[in-house]
Design a protein around this ligand. Structure first.
Ligand SMILES: Cc1cc2nc3c(=O)[nH]c(=O)nc-3n(C[C@H](O)[C@H](O)[C@H](O)COP(=O)(O)OP(=O)(O)OC[C@H]3O[C@@H](n4cnc5c(N)ncnc54)[C@H](O)[C@@H]3O)c2cc1C
Length: 455
């Protein structure tokens, strides 16, 4: 019998369990250990007061793997697709300015004219020196596109996507497509233009919210034979032991003292939790992973009365650079993203506070956060009616802060894993996570699909 124990029951762990057990080999046993009371990790849909609200991710950018998974779960009829032409906004000079997605941002009014002109010269900027192995997102944008784009484009992009500081975040690890485009073509714009066309990605959710994905994965995983233990915090891991007999290669102990034997361990944990559990077996990378910082976020979900949701909040949402007199990093317009599941005459917003550039914001108490979020949303959208509902949520370890040179930590981890798995037909330890394989649910599912057959 082969025992596979998955550490962490977020979407990645659940997808791995479900995909691994769709066609189980005889005797396979897949167990997911999750410290929280519900499966899904950061994906958490709150259904209250007649509203469908998202505590974490609000949408999924599809990949071919996520399309296949949604279909396999029988969720295709519940998919809601956001309008790809819906505008996005950046605040500059106190006004929300419309931005086109991707490189077209360089043409619109979101950037000052001088910044746009400099940015359009990017294809003529010298290629990076051969010995430059990585740099911060800020330095990369400044070198390639000029200081205006670094200030008005990179900073809100980094806040909105990674909740991080562009002066410390690694461009190579956080935005590999941009880094590689320059590496291939000597210019980001030329490299992106020459990249092979892939199927356009859609921004989706479900009628019942993104939680439907986690619920579907958990239910159907269990039906396929996956065991899911909730409230199962990893307390310690022993091993690897020789011989894949009854005792297992690993023994995983959870907080209530129960010990689970495993032949293959799959970690989907955040880096510090992974390093705490397995660091001593990772002589090269364990200490670096234990020290990887995470950003903290506070989120305020609000519902406002409005005569017409689309008119009050046009588009997907807006990003706020620092120095604009607003504390929110950004506001998402949930009711404009997926209007069909919002009651008529209601606008739903999600305001984000904190991140690396405002680390104390999540310390604000609930009533202060609610007041601040309401005042800032009203300043941007003065026509909104009375607030019908508001609630706050805090993410103490929201997203990893990948420092310049993070790829070197990952190289050391690979060397540690090579040692642990050398000469084995099936790996003893498999590791994935946003900090290793990238951000976004569509990518996390793609990684789960790649790993499932290897376990
Ligand atoms: C506020 C926020 C908004 C986001 N918005 C989006 C979005 O709109 N679209 C998008 O694609 N992505 C978004 N992301 C990123 C997305 O949520 C993640 O990329 C994705 O959910 C990661 O899934 P995962 O399963 O790999 O990790 P997680 O969801 O973090 O799952 C890891 C699991 O491990 C468990 N765990 C941790 N330590 C232990 C332990 N010691 N013992 C047992 N279990 C443990 C955790 O409880 C958790 O359930 C957002 C993230 C945040 C924080």
């Amino acid at each position: 019998m082969r025992r596979i124990v998955v550490l962490g029951g977020g979407v990645t762990g659940l997808a791995l369990g479900f995909l691994r057990n769709r066609c189980p080999a005889p005797g396979d046993d897949v167990l997911i250990l999750e410290e929280g009371p519900t499966p899904g990790g950061t994906v958490r849909t709150i259904r209250e007061e007649g509203f469908i609200l998202e505590a974490g991710p609000v949408s999924l950018r599809t990949t071919p793997a996520s399309d296949r998974l949604v279909e396999a779960l029988g969720l295709s009829d519940d998919v809601l697709v956001a309008d790809p032409r819906a505008p996005r906004w950046i605040v500059r000079g106190g006004r929300a300015r419309r931005v086109a997605p991707g490189p077209s941002i360089l043409l619109g009014g979101a950037l000052p004219l001088a910044a746009r002109l400099r940015a359009l010269a990017e294809p003529f900027v010298a290629r990076r020196p051969a010995d430059l192995a990585d740099e911060s997102v800020h330095d990369f944008f400044e070198r390639r596109f000029g200081p205006g784009v670094a200030r008005w484009g990179a900073e809100p992009l980094v806040s909105g996507v990674w909740a991080d500081d562009p002066r410390t975040l690694s461009v190579r690890s956080a935005f590999p497509a941009l880094w590689e485009a320059e590496g291939r073509a000597g210019s980001v714009l030329r490299g992106l233009a020459a990249a092979p066309r892939t199927r356009p990605r859609r921004t989706i959710s479900f009628r019942g919210g993104l939680g439907a994905l986690a619920e579907g994965l958990a239910e159907q995983g269990v039906r396929a034979g996956v065991r899911i233990e909730l409230d199962a915090e990893i307390a310690g891991i022993e091993g690897p032991f020789d011989g894949e007999g009854n005792g297992g290669v690993w023994r995983v102990q959870i907080a209530d003292g129960t010990v689970y034997p495993a032949d293959t361990l799959v970690s989907t944990l955040d880096a510090p939790a992974f390093a705490e559990a397995l660091g001593p077996r990772l002589p090269r990378s364990g200490a670096r992973l234990a020290a990887l910082p995470y950003s903290r976020l506070a989120i305020v979900l609000q519902a406002f009365r409005t005569e017409s949701p689309g008119a009050a909040l046009p588009g997907l949402g807006l990003l706020v650079p620092r120095g604009e007199g607003l504390r929110s990093l950004g506001v998402l317009y949930l009711s404009s993203l997926f209007p069909s599941r919002v009651p008529a005459g209601v606008a739903l917003t999600t305001s984000f506070f904190g991140g690396a550039l405002d680390p104390s914001a999540p310390d604000l108490c609930e009533s202060d956060l609610l007041r601040l979020a309401e005042a800032e949303v009203r300043r941007l959208h003065p026509l909104l009616g009375p607030r019908l509902h508001g609630r706050t949520l805090k993410w103490p370890s929201a997203l990893p802060r990948l420092p310049v040179g993070h790829h070197e930590t990952l190289r050391l981890l690979d060397a540690d894993l090579d040692d642990l798995n050398a000469g084995r037909e099936r790996p003893r330890l498999v590791v994935t996570g946003t900090w290793r394989d990238g951000l976004g649910l569509g990518n996390r599912i793609a990684r789960a699909e790649e790993l499932a057959p290897l376990l």
